[in-house]
Write a protein of this length. Structure first.
Length: 178
């Protein structure tokens, strides 16, 4: 009986150690996830812009459309991704909740609603954004899906597919870490 009690104590001790070892990872939903923090510069030579109006490749566009000069800064903490972009003398900050909850951001052209979630591998972040805006007297909606991956420690690739009234547009933007 004494040997059985000793084995039970050893097994219980092992389980307690295991739980306390695993607990920090389960409490932090970002454990094992890629971190996109840093300053990113567009590498136009490695990017595929896709056709713009008239079938021509647009210049200096960021993923999801809209002019932003291509470069941006990302901060990623706990359950939030913050992206800071500049366009001319204007700065735009977008914040995304990384747990699948909807995030609302204001842009120069109105509001956008986004959800960000990790693909099962924990290495790809999918951001789905819907923008509604008016052009003249016509209301328009653009839905964009971006998939962010680090193809190397200092190379960020964002594959973006946009559904617009003018059709679907796909781009692959490659950024180098500054």
């Amino acid at each position: 009986m004494k040997k059985r009690t000793t084995n039970l104590k050893i097994m219980l001790s092992g389980m307690i150690i295991f739980v306390f070892t695993i607990m920090p990872f389960s409490l932090n939903g970002q454990a094992g996830k890629v971190n996109f923090s840093g300053s990113w510069a567009l590498n136009a030579d490695k990017s595929t812009f896709g056709p713009g109006p008239g079938g021509q490749a647009p210049q200096g566009q960021r993923p999801g459309g809209g002019f932003a000069g291509g470069n941006f800064v990302v901060s990623q903490e706990a359950g939030q991704l913050t992206v800071e972009r500049t366009r001319g003398d204007q700065a735009f900050t977008s914040k995304y909740s990384l747990d699948g909850r909807e995030s609302i951001n204001s842009t120069g052209r109105g509001e956008s609603r986004s959800t960000a979630s990790w693909l099962p591998d924990g290495k790809t972040l999918r951001i789905v954004t819907t923008r509604t805006f008016s052009r003249g007297a016509q209301d328009m909606e653009i839905k964009t899906t971006e998939e962010w991956t680090l193809s190397a420690a200092n190379v960020l690739t964002i594959v973006s597919t946009s559904s617009t009234p003018g059709g679907e547009r796909k781009t692959t933007m490659v950024y180098d870490k500054k």
